[in-house]
Ligand binder design. Structure first.
Ligand SMILES: [Fe+2]
Length: 293
C-alpha cells in the first residue's frame, strides 16, 4: 500500500492531523484511564497510519508513562546508555538541562542531528514516547520527518540502489557526544561498536518500506566513506525536505509517540539554555538487527 493510499483509514479515535506529511493528535483521551484493548488497537492503527501521535494535556506520573507505554510492547531499560536513565525508573531516559548530581546533564544537547533512536545499537528502538514536564517559554521544538514517504518519493532506480545497501551507524556521530564525560563516552562506545543495518526497513505491522539512513550514518557497508557521503547527504536532504517534516511546538504535559522505523527526528536548540527543559522518554524494544562491522 502506498503512503497516500493508506490515508483515509477510518478509526473510531478522534484524530486531528498535524501536517500533510505525518502526525496526528489524538484528542479527548486520558492516558491514565484503564484503556480498553480496542482503544489500544485503534491507537496502533492510527500510529501506523500517521507515524507520530500527539496526546496533549496528559498528567502522567513516571509509573503511568511506563504503564501506558507497556501496552505497545516491551520497554528498553536503556542498558546501552546507562548513565542517562532515571535511577528509580530505568525504563525512563531523561533528556534534560537540569543539574544532575550538581552538574549540567549530558543529555541537555541530545538529538541535535537527524536520527532514529538507538540506530547505533543492535536493537534499534521500535518506537519512543517522549513526555514534556518542563519547557522554556519559547523554542525547544522537535522536528519529525516521514521515512516511508522519503522512500516512496525516490525514483525506481534509486530505490533499487538503496534496497541493496546496509547503512553503518556510529555512535561517534551522535551530536554533542564529544562534549560529554570521556569515561562515559568510552563506556557507551564500547557498548555500541559501529553496526550495519539495512538502509531500507520493512515495517513489521504495515509491510511498508521506509528509508533508514540518517545523519548518524558513517558510510554504506562495502563502500568507502568518501563514496558514501554524497549519497548519505542526498538521502538525508531528501528525507528532511520541508514538505516532509512536521515541527512540534511543545506544551507541558504533551506526550508524543513516534515510530522509529518510519520517522527521524531532530531536537532543536532554538531556546534559552538557562530556561529548564525536561523530558522523559520510554523506548519500545525493537527486533535484533544488524551486524557489527
Ligand atoms: Fe532521539
Amino acid at each position: 500500500m502506498t503512503e497516500s493510499a493508506a490515508r483515509g483509514h477510518n478509526s473510531d479515535l478522534p484524530l486531528r492531523p498535524l501536517s500533510y506529511a505525518l502526525g496526528a493528535e489524538v484528542t479527548r483521551i486520558d492516558l491514565t484511564d484503564d484503556l480498553d484493548d480496542s482503544v489500544i488497537e485503534a491507537i496502533k492503527d492510527a500510529w501506523n497510519e500517521h507515524h507520530i501521535l500527539l496526546f496533549r494535556g496528559q498528567k502522567l506520573t513516571p509509573a503511568a508513562h511506563i504503564a501506558f507505554s507497556r501496552r505497545f510492547g516491551d520497554l528498553d531499560r536503556h542498558d546501552s546508555t546507562p548513565h542517562y536513565r532515571m535511577k528509580e525508573f530505568p525504563e525512563l531516559l531523561q533528556i534534560t538541562n537540569r543539574l544532575i548530581d550538581g552538574k549540567p546533564s549530558e543529555t541537555r544537547n541530545t538529538g541535535r542531528n537527524w536520527h532514529s533512536d538507538y540506530s547505533y545499537t543492535d536493537h534499534p528502538a521500535a518506537a519512543s514516547m517522549l513526555f514534556c514536564t518542563e519547557k522554556p517559554p519559547v523554542g525547544g521544538d522537535t522536528m519529525f520527518c516521514n521515512m516511508v514517504r522519503a522512500y516512496e518519493t525516490l525514483s525506481d532506480k534509486m530505490k533499487h540502489i538503496v534496497d541493496d545497501l546496509d547503512a553503518v551507524y556510529d555512535i561517534g556521530l551522535t551530536a554533542g557526544i564529544n562534549e560529554r564525560d570521556p569515561q562515559k563516552t568510552a563506556d557507551v562506545r564500547r557498548l555500541n561498536p559501529p553496526i550495519a543495518h539495512p538502509a531500507v526497513r520493512v515495517h513489521p505491522r504495515s509491510g511498508r518500506k521506509a528509508l533508514y539512513v540518517s545523519e548518524r550514518t558513517s558510510h554504506f557497508h562495502g563502500m568507502t566513506p568518501a563514496e558514501s557521503k554524497p549519497l548519505i547527504d542526498y538521502l538525508c536532504a531528501h528525507a528532511t525536505s520541508p514538505e516532509n517534516v512536521y515541527r512540534h511546538v511543545w506544551e507541558v504535559n504533551d506526550l508524543i509517540a513516534w515510530d522509529n522505523r518510519t520517522t527521524m527526528h531532530l531536537a532543536l536548540a532554538d531556546f534559552d539554555q538557562t530556561a529548564p527543559r525536561h523530558m522523559l522518554r520510554t523506548t519500545l524494544l525493537g527486533e535484533k538487527s544488524g551486524f557489527v562491522v
